[in-house]
Design a protein around this ligand. Sequence first.
Ligand code: PLP
Length: 822
Amino acid sequence: MSINLRNLIPVLEAEWIGLHTAIFVDHVSIDSRSLQNGSQTLFFALSGVNNDAHLYISELIDKGVQSFVVQYVPDNCKGRANFLIVKDTLKALQEFAAYYRNLFDFPVIGLTGSNGKTIVKEWLNFLLSPDFNVIRSPKSYNSQVGVPLSVIAINEKHNLGIFEAGISTVNEMINLEKIIKPTIGVLTNIGSAHDEGFLNLEQKINEKLRLFKDSALVVYQKNEIVDLCLAAFVKENQLKGQVLFSWSFTDKSATVFILKKESKNDKTQIEYQYKNEIFNLEIPFQDSASIENAISCLLVLLYFKYDFATIQNRMQMLYPVEMRLEVKNGINNCSIIDDSYSSDFQSLKIALDFLESQKKNASKTVILSDIFQSGFSNEELYSKVAQLIADNKINRVIGIGNTISSFSDKFSNAVVFASTADFIANFESLNFANETILIKGARSFQFEEIVTLLEEKTHETILEINLNSISHNLNFFKSKLGSNVKMMVMVKAFGYGNGGLEIAKLLEHHKVDYLGVAFADEGISLKSGGIKLPIMVLNPESTSFPSIIQYQLEPEIYSIKGLNAFLKIAREKNLKDFPVHIKLDTGMHRLGFEENTIDELIATLKGNSTIRIQSILSHLATSDDKDHFEFVRSQIRLFEKLSSKLMTELGVNPIRHILNTSGISNFPDAQFNMVRLGIGLYGVSNDAAEQKFLENVGTLKSIISQVRTIPSGDSVGYGRRFMATKETKIATIPIGYADGISRLWGNGVGYVIVKNQKAAIVGSVCMDMLMIDVSEIDCKEGDSVIIFGENPTVTEIANALKTIPYEILTSISQRVKRVFFR
Ligand SMILES: *Cc1c(COP(=O)(O)O)cnc(C)c1O
């Protein structure tokens, strides 16, 4: 793309405040963190309730970006760049995408539905790519923001588009339709997902159908409601010549009627009737969702008039789709980002942004296969790839494949191999250590073998952390804050068991103001991991003061003794204005200056320039308990009184803060200048109504190690505490009390989830294992087991064990591997 900025003025109905008369852009960005932002970038400053990209414009100008679409020009940016001023930058992004889409004229498949969109998109791409240069939405970019970004990636060489559209409520599809303008529509499974946003099923279907307003063809599973909605839709929009291509297991009048499906050995034979002829098809899956998704693809292939043999041939090679980027721990302190199933230019850009935001090691490596169907000539393509690699400051590139090998001289830092096998043969000599590695390859290169080699080998239990949910929860609490109230996030105890450094990195991206840890060690490991945010240490021992100073951590000072000890060291080091946090005890009686020590505190601090009071804080004892709200108010009043006294007598104006998570929810008028968010970030609320707005963050998963059937009368486990009263199928799971599963959760009290069904824990929980009753569940060795997550929740487990979610979360031991994804 190369677009004259001036041409966009009428398209976006924008006001222009610019430097140059003609400026061309070839790249669109909404992410201020991306290293790909450069002089040819057009940056759309989106502004959400909680995150306003206008704040980053000045920084971006410093980095060389010259063109912005904005809602206002920030004061410090006037006269420094080109600005297109619009009412709503998100709308402008969508209008730009619609304008851009109209510059191209080729078939575009638009997918919508409640489930299966991304899989059908990936499969259609796989099935059609031998014959087309396909542009498709990366991952599941299907939102009001994701769709425009996907469409903007079209270039002159593409001749087929596949885009998905996801909506959550009425009147959203109309925007997406204008941007995608599909000529072929595919309606995937209409489940019950996102039902909250709609009055009923009809309303949901009607909204989705709007995507097909200008489609010549609609593919869908025939059923009464959809048929009725479609008939009304055709009539309402006075559509002519729209072809309806339907399929059904039960209705012979469908375009494709499925006569038979038979699953065996992970494969399914499908017999279908089309135009009065009967055909057979085999797909390598046996679950019903995959079968439905494969049939949707079949209909598109039939519409494209593929012959029966080609269809059969390609469909038997369908594969499971990995829909998200995962960060995994690798060997030798590497971390790896697994994107081993796709390689195209657009998704490379996205993966590089993800690499930058998630890198745990300063050194970045990319393992990249040949890239297919970019639409560019190889010469052009690898020049662009090399540029991208350089822009992203990648330290080493490992290219695998004949084509990328022949262009290795374009890269300044590439090692190349003709094949994955070649790479594996030379694996040892590559000495992977202390680097963050992005693994990105086309399917045919089987990069999953590389992932296996690089992955740290641990046992099969993992705690999966959803980074998007953390962002969601953070924004939920941010939205409750007054406009100038700062946010400190507590990441003590390894981020409440969820992973300290990874979460701190995410919080740094979200520009929270402070982090809080319990001990100096925790702060040191965050600073050593590259965290720049200021970090408050709640409970600094005096032996740790030197390292607190060395690592620029900020101690909480809670006693005269501690104050004097810190002052002594600070003076020895000739410090000036070193930031400290003064903790007041207002009723918690844990740490803090009590009212009767305030005068001495003031006397000690008066005229002191060695340290500076960065903040004054206190902690509430009962912010989650309605019966004690009066006590909370007395704490807040005392805090106001004592902190005011300190401020007046010392003539200082520090940040003041007292609210923890439930304080934020229950005492909105006591936010002072900052709040301290803890458990809420991790998706737990003690208020059932609020819990509905939070997203689950951690899912503790394991697998079945062994399955056996025991006769009635036999026992299971230590102490024979479970006795079978009938023939019972028992499965063993490799997780025990040493991993943090309480023994109180055993012996029939607790359960795990296998194949969406509850399986009771039978007998005593062992150190490293536990046993469950799976008599009623069709399962086998290697099947996945969920210990907690959305069901059961940690809150449910905590209630049953008469404790609190905090304890359950922080008990999960460090030997359980944490896997982060978004
Ligand atoms: C842990 C902690 C918090 C956070 O509490 P949550 O209930 O998890 O929100 C806030 N302040 C202090 C001093 C803490 O120790």
